[in-house]
Each structure stands twice: as structure tokens, then as C-alpha cells.
Design a protein. Sequence first.
Length: 94
Amino acid sequence: MANSVTKADLVSHIASETGLKKVDAEKALTALTAAIQSALVDGKKVTLVGFGTFMVAKHSARMGRDPRTKKPISIPASKKVKFKPGKAMKDAVN
């Protein structure tokens, strides 16, 4: 058994759980991920009750060190997507 779940696996699961055709299940999954991405790009949080919350975290520019040369390097500011699992998700996993 594989240690990861692919998009195709999710599409198959959605199709079997909902009775949708795989093509329609893939459209639904694609629409969901696009909606989440769009909201995050707009700076919004996405909360799916029972599942978790997606949010964007801003990281300021900072100085780092090149591990090979030990010379200081500048690390530019960036944004990262964070996910905080909801209570139901935590309970299900534990």
C-alpha cells in the first residue's frame, strides 16, 4: 500500500462516496482546490469546520548563513500556506 494519496485516489473516493462520475468528481475537486487557492491569494482564511483552516503566513526578510561556505546570505520575505487541523480532524487522527 502506498504511503500517500494522489489526486486520482481522491477522485475515485469522491466518485464512489457520492455516486458521481469520475469526470464530475474531478471537476468538483478541482473547483474546491481552485476556490481555496483563490481565497488564499486574496489574503483570506479558509475554514472548513471539522477539517481545518488554511491561511497565509508572512515571513519577513532575514539574514541566514550558507551551510557550505558559512557566508551570510539574505533570505527574502516570503509567504507560506499554513494549515491548522480542526478538532474533529485531530480526534480522528489520534
